[in-house]
Design a binder for this molecule. Sequence first.
Ligand code: UD1
Ligand code: CA
Length: 447
Amino acid sequence: MRTVVSIILAAGEGTRMKSALPKVLHAICGQPMVAYVLRAVLDAGCRKNYLVVGYRAEEVIETLKSFLSLREKRIEFVRQSRLLGSGHAVLQTKKDLKGYGGDVLVVNGDLPLLSGATLNRLVQAHFKQKNSLTILGAILKDPSGYGRIVENRANDEKRIRIVEERDATPRERRINRVNAGVYCFQAKDLFKALAKIRPDNRKKEYYLTDAAKILSEMGKKVGMVIAKDSSEVEGVNNRKQLANVQKCINMKNLERLMFNGVTIVDPSSTFVDSTVRIGRDTIVYPGSSILGKTRIGENCRLGPYAFIQDCRIDKDVEVRASFIYGAKIAERAKVGPFSHIRPGTVVGEDVRVGNFCEVKKSKIGQGTKVSHLSYIGDSFLGKNVNIGAGTITCNFDGIRKNITRVGDNTFVGSDTKFIAPVKIGKGAVIGAGSTITEDVPAGKLAI
Ligand code: UD1
Ligand code: CA
C-alpha cells in the first residue's frame, strides 16, 4: 500500500489579519485554526505530519502542544526561518523526507473547514490517476483572492498550471476554478519541482503553485479534483473570513449536539466551542455561549443568556442569565438569574445561588441557599445554610484574602457582614444586619 504523510504550512505571519497573534493561532470556536487542519490530516490517516512553523514559531508550538496531547507523536514541527513563500516552506521538510518514496499531502494551515473525507478523495484520485501531482480545486461564485487553475492544451496534451490572482491576466481572472491550497504530490517529484521554483512573480516569493507548471513541463502527470462542497476550501486571510468560518464551525457543533439529543432553541444566537460536551435532554435557550473545556450533564436548562466557560456541570442543573467560569456545579443546583460565579468555586447539589450574587473561590455545601444580592468570596459554606439577602463576606483586609467558614444548618440573617477570617459553628443563628468580627460557636445566636 502507498503511504501518505502530510505537510501543513503554518509559518506565515498573516499580515491581512492585522494582528499581533500569528494567523494560525486565531481561535475558531475555542481552538486555534490550524488545529482543525491537523484534525483533518489525522482523520485522513496520515501517519506522519510535518507542521512548518516560522513566524513566532515558539508561540505556535507551545499553543498547539496544549491542544494535541495524545496524538502529538504523529506531528513534527519543522522551521522555516525566512518566510520566502509557500514553495520555500515545503522545501524545509526536505531533510525529514529524505529517502521517502511515498506521497505527500500539502495543506495550507488556514483552511479550517477542510474535512478528512475530502483529503481522502484527493488521495484516492491521485493514486487512481497515477498522478505526479493532484490539485484540490473548487468552483467559486466569487473566486477573487484565490489562485486560478488554468488548463491549456499543448499538442493534444492537457496541461494544468496555477496562476496567482496578482499575476493573472484579466482573462485568467475570469476563471472561477480556484486552487484550494491542498495538493497531493509524489514526494520524489515534489522535491524535483521545488528545486526549480524561482521567485519570478509580483511578490518575489517561491510559490508552491508553480510546481504544477514545472511538473507538466517535465512530462509528469498533473491532475485535479474539484471539491464537492466548495465551502470547505474557504481560506482565512482576514477577520471577515474568520467570522464566516467560525459561523460554519459553530453551526456544525450545534448540529452534532442536536443529533445527540440536545435541544438548541435558537441556533442563530447560540455559541458552542468545538471542545464542549453536553448530555442529552439538556435545553439551551437563546443567547447562550458555552465555551472552553466545559462538560455538561443530562437534562440541564441553560439560558437564556448563560455564559459558561471551562466548567463542569452535572445533570439537572439550571443556569439562567449568568456568567460562570472555571466552576463546578453539582446536580440539581440552580444558578441565576444574574449570578457571577468565578473560578475555583464548587457549588454543591441542590444549591441555589440566586439573583445578583457573586461567588468567588468558594465551596457551597449541599442544599445551601444564597438567594439574593450576596458576595461570597474565599468561603466554605456548609450544608443547608441559609444566607440572607445582601450578606457579604469581607474577605479582603487590604493585604490578604481571608477565609470565612460557615457550619452546616446555620441561619444567616439578611444584610450580614462577615469580617474574615471568621468561623461560624454548626447550627448558629446570625441576626439580620449583624457585622460579625469574631468566631461564633455552634448552636449560638450572634447579633
Ligand atoms: C495560497 C495559494 C493560492 C490559493 C490559496 C488558497 C500560493 C502561492 N498561493 O494563496 O493559489 O488559491 O492559498 O487558500 O501558495 N506560508 C508559509 N511560509 C511562507 C508563506 C506562506 O508557511 O513563507 C503558509 C501560510 O502560513 C499559509 C499558507 O502558506 O498557511 C498559504 O499562504 P497565504 O499567504 O495564505 O497564501 P494565499 O495568498 O492565501
Ligand atoms: Ca491563505
